[in-house]
Design a protein around this ligand. Structure first.
Ligand code: BG6
Length: 505
């Protein structure tokens, strides 16, 4: 069947400032939490007893942070150098344009605009950088879709205020959002508030800006599970901050649209046992919760029991719920990478698992070298679930495959595995659209190789554009086109109608 995607469908790619820009101490930028994300490569995992197939998070605890500051020479921080997009954005955007991108999803580094996160006066050099990036995109007719906060809270706010545990950070975020909305209102039509806001349950170094102390396993993970009081309080404050940004966007740039961003976790029961299905329901609730609040403007009924039974008390200010109600998002965005298997854990009330990669294997699905299952049909299923629940337009802000690439002697990278992944997911996306789901765009995660969020590796590559840099920053930084570059170009040129992998490369 010939695939038909809607006219004007936004094909493109997705990145985040902290994973591409580098130049962490240039242009007046202040420090961010992501500047302290250490490299956790295969060697580190082996040395420190990492889990074989589980994604470790390279976050720092308070104790580690102190050591990182005192002895930076003991650590490697690849996000500080990224792929040098700060200096190469013109060359990189030209390559996106060559692939035919209609949209580029990126984030603004808060600490490039406000070095401490809460400065009154913005840093003009930082503002000018994004002006230049947006102008460059528009030169090629590429629409910027901009995330306000993608895993890089200004360090000052994280250290001094506990990130979003404090209302001070909410005010600072609104101030920051108003500055960039005013500055770029003529240039940006699509905004997102917080990247994967739900990841606070599985990763301490998210946009929440929470840094915990406490027992740490050898990988530096200390808060997969627990800290519920702090986490849900910070999340509530982020809901308020997000709603204030939505309201500010509607007021400052009435023609623009602003959405959420959920790391969508689609769960399957391990068996037909009702208990396993109950576990799916529990886990689902911890995923839907975030979008329920951001899209429906109220706390869902099912959280009350969890809060009560776990003695979680959310401190709210008088107008919080009004703001949340008035600050509902215009559209939904998700990242979709994999699906999960659930087995009943014996609880009568839900507890979030807090893991990014499931312990249970799905025997029907292949998985990536990092243990992430590959499940294109799950993509169609999840899109139907989302649309059924919210009836709002959907944008796929991330989907992609992290893999090890091999460079041939002649410099080619024949990444048919990436092409397969893309083709299968675009096929299922098409099915979902045929089902009636309103999807208006698809952004491949990491169209250019970038620093991994979870492990800070370069070795885990997502790109259609190869970047000659290794985990330790060695290499020329040169960009080259992988086979998937030409494949995606063809997919976009045919508006998704031609998915044949017949690329001569
Ligand atoms: C999402 C994040 O969680 O997944 C991205 O929004 C991240 O920042 C992507 O890069 C893939 O994860 P990883 O750990 O493979 O980089």
């Amino acid at each position: 069947m010939n695939k038909r995607f809607p006219e004007g469908f936004l094909w493109g790619g997705s990145t985040a400032a902290n994973q591409v820009e580098g130049a962490y101490n240039e242009g007046g930028r202040g420090l961010a939490t992501s500047d302290f994300a250490r490299l956790v490569d295969a060697e580190t995992r082996k040395r420190e007893g990492g889990f074989e197939e589980r994604e470790p998070h390279n976050a720092a605890t308070k104790g580690m942070l102190a050591d990182m500051k005192a002895h930076p020479e003991h650590w490697e921080f690849p996000k500080r150098r990224g792929i040098d997009f700060y200096h190469t954005y013109k060359e990189d955007i030209a390559l996106f344009a060559e692939m035919g991108f209609k949209v580029f999803r990126m984030s603004i580094s808060w600490s490039r605009i406000l070095p401490n996160g809460d400065d009154e006066i913005p840093n003009e050099e930082g503002l000018q950088f994004y002006d230049d990036v947006f102008d460059e995109l528009h030169r090629y007719g590429i629409e910027p879709l901009v995330t306000l906060s993608h895993f890089d809270t200004p360090l000052h706010l994280a250290e001094e205020y506990g990130g979003f545990l404090s209302r001070h950070t909410v005010k600072a975020f609104e101030h920051y959002a108003r500055i960039v909305l005013n500055r770029y209102k003529e240039k940006v039509r699509y905004w997102l508030t917080f990247n994967e806001i739900n990841n606070v349950l599985s990763n301490p170094f998210t946009s929440s800006g929470l840094i915990f102390d406490g027992p740490v396993n050898p990988l530096g993970q200390n808060s997969y599970i627990g800290h519920w009081q702090e986490k849900f309080q910070a999340v509530h404050n982020q809901f308020v901050a997000s709603a204030l940004a939505v309201k500010a966007c509607h007021e400052i740039a009435p023609d623009a649209k602003i959405g959420n961003m959920l790391c969508r976790l689609e769960n399957y029961a391990e068996s037909a046992r009702p208990e396993d299905q109950l576990q799916v329901l529990f886990e689902d609730h911890f995923n839907w919760f975030f979008t329920d609040v951001q899209a429906k403007g109220e706390y869902p009924y099912y959280m009350k029991r969890f809060f009560d039974e776990n003695h979680i008390h959310i401190n709210m200010e008088e107008d919080d719920m009004d703001n949340i109600r008035e600050g509902k998002v215009d559209f939904i965005t998700i990242s979709y990478y994999m699906t999960y298997i659930m087995r009943y854990k014996g609880d009568t009330v839900p507890k979030p698992t807090g893991r990014l990669v499931s312990d249970l294997k799905n025997p029907y699905l292949p998985k990536s070298e990092w243990g992430w299952t590959v499940d294109p049909i799950g993509f169609r299923i999840t899109l139907n679930h989302i649309y059924d629940r919210y009836h709002l337009p959907i944008f796929i802000s991330e989907n992609g495959l992290g893999a090890v690439d091999h460079v041939e002697e002649d410099g080619r990278i024949i990444d048919d595995y990436r092409i397969d992944y893309l083709r299968q997911h675009v096929e299922q996306l098409h099915e979902a659209i045929e089902d009636g789901v309103d999807v208006f765009g698809y952004a491949w995660w990491g169209p250019i190789d970038l620093v991994s969020s979870g492990t800070s590796e370069m070795y885990k590559r997502y790109g259609m554009i190869y970047v000659d840099l290794d985990d330790h920053g060695s290499g020329t930084g040169k960009r080259s086109r992988k086979k998937s570059f030409f494949y995606y170009k063809k997919v976009i040129a045919s508006n998704g109608a031609d998915l044949e992998n017949d690329i001569a490369y």
